[in-house]
Design a binder for this molecule. Structure first.
Ligand code: MG
Length: 377
């Protein structure tokens, strides 16, 4: 089998862009992948165009060889955009391999060790009562894991206010759903050490399942500081590309959960390595999935085949999304993704539908401090 064409599809859907890649072969089998760095999709298109010359004519089943060529072939390390492009290609190659061998991708990653994958979904509201109500609603729909975010007020994020508001909303959600539903909180890198430590200490009595991204990712050793003050599990890693960026986090046990983003880290090939490395430190994976149906499917296959899996970010799972672009998607039921039986990833892509959703230039949502300065969203 030979790769004949690599196509990119940047699309604007809902409130943001997505970038899908389709790899075609001379045997009529195609694979689909997804790029993970939002608002940098055209850079991804360019990176994938550069890589296409290394792909056309290759046997798509030689995934590790192709990964190494794309990663190291041009001498200079390419960075995170480059890795997100490799991720999209790598996921498409696993899709092709599964279809070629007549097996779901999880069977190629070690096999099926669970039938379904538990997911979390988001809660929130303008007041603690509203957050509590959404928490109850989600639990009544079948969700067993919930996640709220650290809160701004109408686009303004003042750390002390955000800490107080977030604790009040978390406490209300805990009161509403009781002790047996797990609740996570995503700081989303919005705080720096003093305030993220204040938040963590105030949340301890309410038993968070994890505190996510308590800091930005550039300086992993600062997690030591948070860990030495906060007695709650931490979940970190959605910014990281490659196993090397996860190295310190895992080896120094700076987090309890590895938030691998399969569409940034280097695809299923690299995510499998990070997950296995995490296993040696009793760190479980909670794959990051804010993306589309291809990302959700890739996460599902890794989770089905990985023992040290904790919970999956639901993202758009379970809602009606992109049904014309992806007329076949992985199965879902009441807070769980279900291991599919179809060969490959188990999604089908209609490239003609992509033309209905043209790419839009722009940037993501942003937050300010009261004084007008910029702060992390
Ligand atoms: Mg996150």
């Amino acid at each position: 089998m030979k790769i004949t064409e690599v196509k990119t599809f940047p699309v604007f859907y809902g409130s943001r862009n997505y970038l899908f890649v389709k790899i075609e072969t001379d045997e009529g089998i195609y694979g689909v992948g997804e790029f993970g760095i939002t608002w940098k999709e055209q850079a991804g298109v360019g990176a994938i165009r550069h890589m296409a010359s290394d792909l056309v004519g290759q046997d798509p089943l030689n995934i590790e060889y192709i990964w190494q060529i794309l990663f190291r072939g041009d001498f200079f390390p390419g960075g995170r955009i480059h890795m997100a492009a490799i991720s999209a290609i790598d996921i498409a190659l696993w899709d092709i391999k599964g279809k070629a061998l007549g097996q779901p991708v999880y069977m190629l990653l070690g096999g099926r060790l669970r039938d379904r994958v538990v997911c979390y979904t988001g809660i929130g509201g303008g007041t603690p009562d509203e957050t509590a109500r959404t928490a109850k609603d989600r639990v009544s729909e079948g969700w067993r894991y919930l996640r709220m975010s650290v809160l701004d007020r109408d686009g303004i994020l003042e750390p002390s206010t955000a800490v107080r508001d977030s604790v009040a909303h978390f406490a209300a959600a805990r009161e509403a759903v009781g002790p047996e539903v797990e609740i996570c909180i995503d700081v989303h890198t919005r705080l720096d050490p003093p305030d993220t430590i204040r938040l963590g200490r105030k949340l301890e009595p309410y038993d968070p399942f994890f505190i996510e991204d308590p800091l930005r990712c550039e300086n992993p050793q600062t997690y030591r500081l948070v860990r030495s003050h906060v007695n709650c599990p931490l979940a970190v890693g959605e910014h990281y590309a490659t196993k090397w960026e996860f190295r310190q986090l895992i080896e120094e046990e700076l987090a309890d959960y590895a938030r691998i983003d399969l569409c940034i880290v280097g695809g299923l090939t690299e995510a499998r390595k990070v997950a296995n490395w995490a296993e040696t430190h009793y760190i479980k994976i909670v794959p990051h999935n804010p993306l589309g149906p291809v990302s959700a499917a890739a996460c599902l296959h890794l989770d089905v085949a990985t023992d040290n899996f904790a919970v999956q970010e639901g993202g758009l799972v379970g809602r009606t999304v992109m049904e014309d672009l992806f007329p076949v998607q992985v199965p879902y039921d009441a807070g769980y993704l279900i291991a599919p039986d179809r060969p490959g990833l188990g999604v089908e892509f209609d490239e003609a539908a992509a033309a209905k959703y043209p790419f839009r230039w722009g940037h993501g949502p942003r937050l300010q401090r009261q004084d007008g300065s910029f702060t992390n969203w």
